[in-house]
Design a protein around this ligand. Sequence first.
Ligand SMILES: Nc1ncnc2c1ncn2[C@@H]1O[C@H](COP(=O)(O)OP(=O)(O)OP(=O)(O)O)[C@@H](O)[C@H]1O
Ligand SMILES: [Mg+2]
Length: 285
Amino acid sequence: MTGAGPGVLTVANQKGGVGKTTTTVNLAAALTHMENRVLVVDLDSSSTATAVLLGVDADVKHTVDDVLAPNGSLRPEDARAAVVPSRWPGVDVLPSDFSLAERDQDGDVLQERLGTALGHLEEYDWALIDAPPHLGRLLGSAVLASDSVLLVTEPAAVSFYGLAHLRRTMHAIGEGYGHRVDIAGIAVNKVQTGTVAHRAALRRLWEEHGDHILGLIPQRVPIAEALNSGVSLYALASTSRGRSAAMLAQEYEHLAARLIGLPAPPVALPFDTSEAARAAESDAS
Ligand SMILES: Nc1ncnc2c1ncn2[C@@H]1O[C@H](COP(=O)(O)OP(=O)(O)OP(=O)(O)O)[C@@H](O)[C@H]1O
Ligand SMILES: [Mg+2]
């Protein structure tokens, strides 16, 4: 964490649809469950996180764009005026709307505003930024405002290609501004360990990124259902999906714990990752 503001984590991948928003909001719920005060910053003009957390017809007075736009109606120091409580207990949100798309074109003035704004929201322990699915100025702003970045990927080669490039880009953005951003790790989403293809993809990811893998989130109906109905997994507890939802909520708690350095069980990769297995493999090759 830097300064008096919250610890800031960006959830990113330039590839669309891999589960950035799903991971952001479920991590927010998990961190709240672990007694943290959490703000979700929706930095995507498609506003999925805003819709999930506030409802599709939410009528908000201000959005993050009012803070980031060069002639916006709020100074970054006054970002609190744009923060609203969400429908998810304990989670607040700095919402977005489509106007945010214009900020990807703006000049350098925008880049440090987000960090300034979040630095003034010292009532939160964590701010989670849901990043847009492309490398633009908004993602640059998110990186500059962040202490660390969580990369989200699906267990498929096509989703991995961009990871190394994204890691390099993030470091380059940070270095350009003298800001050190830490890649916290990788969350692999929509995992089906029963399939040969996913096991092979996970093995390859492990060989390339090893200890950076912080969590495997399975592909499960309650996750999609919770997101689509705008409720957290905890809120599904009393439904027929309650048992499965509770187990999935716990997966996000483990991911959250690994991210913030609290004890958590090791990531359950579907193959032997012991030193002995590594040694046997290098002997064989
Ligand atoms: N673990 C999961 N199990 C089942 N469905 C999932 C899971 N993760 C995400 N989904 C579904 O996949 C879709 C895409 O997820 P999400 O919106 O979180 O991706 P995204 O990376 O934020 O997309 P975008 O790049 O458009 O912002 C959603 O319909 C969501 O419900
Ligand atoms: Mg999204």
